[in-house]
Design a protein around this ligand. Structure first.
Ligand SMILES: NC(=O)c1ccc[n+]([C@@H]2O[C@H](COP(=O)([O-])OP(=O)(O)OC[C@H]3O[C@@H](n4cnc5c(N)ncnc54)[C@H](OP(=O)(O)O)[C@@H]3O)[C@@H](O)[C@H]2O)c1
Length: 322
């Protein structure tokens, strides 16, 4: 049974490459049949369609991978569920909590899996951090610092407010997920936005966010697309009462330093977690339940992002509507 890739763009290539390595059959759907055919040729797809509905109707289809702009997610997810397919939808799950709720309810009604494609959750290096926390290597967690700042000049739908949003709802949401996963649920968030550098981007190009998580852990996230001159090599870190764990944001290495000395781990395979995520999705379709990044998890990440936006607008700390 095949996975239908909805939208043949950048992230579709990452999913397709991972699926090919896992020998999962793929059907490609594009608004342009020539593009769908080109992707099918390149990634060994078993089908190619010039329309999403036709592809979802293919009797070999088991699930849909929604790889479209943010303002398409709701309609594409609902259409896939209505066709009886399980759904793995790219982050952010949705643009609003109302949209997220409609997806979660529709999946429950259809008896199908709805999973958010939050690949950071499946990156081996990021999982190593979680394991270090679980093993008590870091002691009790105190602070989570995430720095993801770069110069990234977007084009197309990402410049528009409806489809793209801004830096935090697009790339920053990965780090919001890591913050919740490592630091605990966010109780309050205070966010500020520096003056815009990328003038033609409708959404914000940078956000600095301070969060109070359950248990008193403090999270700090600096996220920017408008920062010239920064190295590509950037870290996220978790500090506990015994040690600090650093992880390269691209998932190639992680290390723990502190009371127990130094431990370094290098990661070479599936560093971005796309294969592990597809395997988890495959398992979820078999068991009927996504165990890690289901729709509710995607909704919680979104709730923190939206609370940060409200905090920026109102100039005060905001409690996410989880
Ligand atoms: N996990 C990650 O690290 C990561 C990285 C990048 C992006 N993403 C997410 O993946 C999704 C897609 O992002 P992307 O970077 O792959 O974007 P992209 O390269 O622009 O691809 C999006 C595709 O959606 C389809 N589409 C349908 N309606 C469209 C419209 N009105 N305007 C433009 N495209 C439309 C197009 O495919 P057809 O023309 O073939 O139908 C297009 O190629 C987003 O949710 C994004 O946040 C995740």
């Amino acid at each position: 049974m095949a996975l239908v890739v909805l939208g043949c763009g950048w992230i579709a290539r990452r999913h397709a490459a991972a699926a090919r390595r896992l020998r999962l059959p793929l059907i490609f759907a594009s608004r342009d049949v020539a593009r769908a055919r080109a992707y099918a040729r390149e990634f060994g797809g078993v089908g190619a369609y010039g329309g999403y509905a036709e592809a979802l109707g293919d009797p070999r289809a088991r699930a849909a991978l929604v790889c479209t702009p943010h303002d398409r997610h709701l309609d594409d997810v609902l259409q896939a569920l209505a066709a009886g397919r399980h759904v793995l939808v790219e982050k952010p799950l949705a643009r609003t909590l109302e949209e997220a709720d409609r997806m979660i309810e529709a999946a429950a009604r259809a008896g199908r899996v709805l999973m958010t494609a939050e690949n950071f959750r499946f990156m081996p290096a990021f999982r190593w951090v979680r394991r270090a926390l679980d093993a008590g290597t870091l002691g009790d967690p105190r602070e989570v610092h995430l720095v993801a700042r770069a110069w990234r000049r977007h084009t197309g739908w990402r410049l528009t407010p409806g489809a793209g949003g801004g830096a935090l709802i697009d790339t920053g949401i990965h780090y919001v997920h890591a913050l919740r996963w490592w630091g605990g649920e966010v109780r309050r968030v205070f966010a500020l936005r520096p003056p815009q550098t990328i003038a033609d981007m409708a959404g914000e190009d940078a956000v600095d966010l301070l969060a109070e998580c359950e248990g008193g852990v403090i999270g700090f996230l600096a996220n920017s697309l408008g920062a010239h001159g920064l190295p590509r090599f950037q870290w996220s870190s978790v500090t506990g009462t015994r040690a600090t764990c650093f992880v390269d944001n691209r998932g190639r290495l992680a290390l723990v330093r502190g009371m127990g000395g130094l431990r370094l781990r290098l990661f070479r395979r599936d560093t971005r977690g796309h294969e592990a995520m597809l395997r988890a999705f495959d398992d979820a379709m078999t068991t009927g339940r996504a165990t890690e990044t289901d729709g509710t998890e995607g909704r919680r990440d979104l709730a923190v992002v939206l609370a940060a936006y409200r905090s920026i607008a109102e100039g005060r700390p905001v409690t996410p509507a989880c």
